[in-house]
Every structure is written in structure tokens, then in C-alpha cells.
Design a protein around this ligand. Structure first.
Ligand code: HEC
Length: 124
């Protein structure tokens, strides 16, 4: 019997698509749609002193998180929770969050809408 040639088989394209989808889903399970923004709004009571209910910082050392990219928000919360991103305050807070809490908070804060206005352009 001849060894099979390394040719493209009919299923290959589909395999690649499925693998890419799996990689995205497993490595990057995020989409804001996974969470419930209304539940997130309630849970944001735990964040408001520093980040505001609207996601605009109320403390000089706390960043704005309003409308932040969902993938980024989730990534930071997961990293604070695991300790991969170390911060004394956010570490303690994130350790109390379940996966569902994170989904909901991400769905809420990433959906805050705001307008921005850049400072005036320099004259030249
Ligand atoms: C006591 C104040 C305080 C509270 C309450 C608090 N945070 Fe934070 N948060 C901070 C500070 C300070 C930082 C900046 C930490 C750092 O330098 O890594 C931060 C950083 C973050 C970041 C990273 C933002 C970025 O731009 O990288 C996210 C996301 C975040 N907080 C979400 C939350 C959520 C969600 C809650 C509520 C469950 C919450 N925080 C509650 C103070 C707070």
C-alpha cells in the first residue's frame, strides 16, 4: 500500500475553522453577551466608591472603566483574581468574584456609553 500523500483532504478547511473557533472560545471565552448587564449594575455597587456606578473614577488612583473593551476588562479581573496582576485592593476584591460575577460586571461596564472630546489641536 502506498503511503498516503499529504494532500488536502476535503475536511481540512472545516477542521481549521473548527480549531480556530475552539481556540478562540477556550482561550478567549469572553463576550460581553455572556453576562447580564442588569445583574452587573447591581453588582457594581461593590465598585462604585472607586470606579463610580458609571465607570468614571471617583478616586485619584482608580482608573476609568466605563465603556472599556470587554476582553480587556475581563482579562484584568481574572488576572487580579489569580494574582497574575498584583494589586492589594483589586486582588482582595476580585477574589470575591465568581465567573458569573465577572461576566455580569464586564457586560455592564463595557456597555456604558460616553462621548469623548480630544483637546484642541496645536496651532501647527
Ligand atoms: C477601594 C477602591 C476600589 C474598588 C472598591 C474597586 N476597585 Fe477596581 N481598581 C482600583 C484601583 C486603585 C485600580 C488600579 C489598580 C492597579 O494599579 O492595578 C483598579 C483597577 C481596576 C481594573 C483594571 C483597569 C485597567 O485599566 O487596567 C478593573 C477592571 C477594575 N478595577 C474593576 C473593578 C470592579 C469590577 C470592581 C467591583 C467589583 C472594582 N474594581 C472595585 C480600586 C478599586
Amino acid at each position: 500500500m502506498r503511503p498516503s500523500k499529504p494532500t488536502r483532504e476535503p475536511g481540512n478547511a472545516l477542521t481549521v475553522i473548527v480549531a480556530a473557533w475552539a481556540a478562540l472560545t477556550i482561550g478567549w471565552p469572553l463576550d460581553a453577551a455572556a453576562g447580564d448587564p442588569l445583574a452587573g449594575r447591581r453588582k457594581a455597587a461593590a465598585c462604585r466608591t472607586c470606579h463610580g456606578l458609571d465607570g468614571l473614577s471617583r478616586q485619584p488612583d482608580a482608573p476609568h472603566i466605563a465603556g472599556q473593551v470587554a476582553v480587556y476588562l475581563r482579562d484584568q479581573l481574572v488576572k487580579y483574581r489569580s494574582g497574575e496582576r498584583a494589586h492589594p485592593v483589586m486582588g482582595v476584591i476580585a477574589k470575591q468574584l465568581s465567573d458569573a460575577d465577572i461576566d455580569d460586571l464586564v457586560a455592564y461596564y463595557s456597555n456604558v456609553k460616553f462621548e469623548v472630546e480630544a483637546p484642541p489641536k496645536p496651532a501647527h
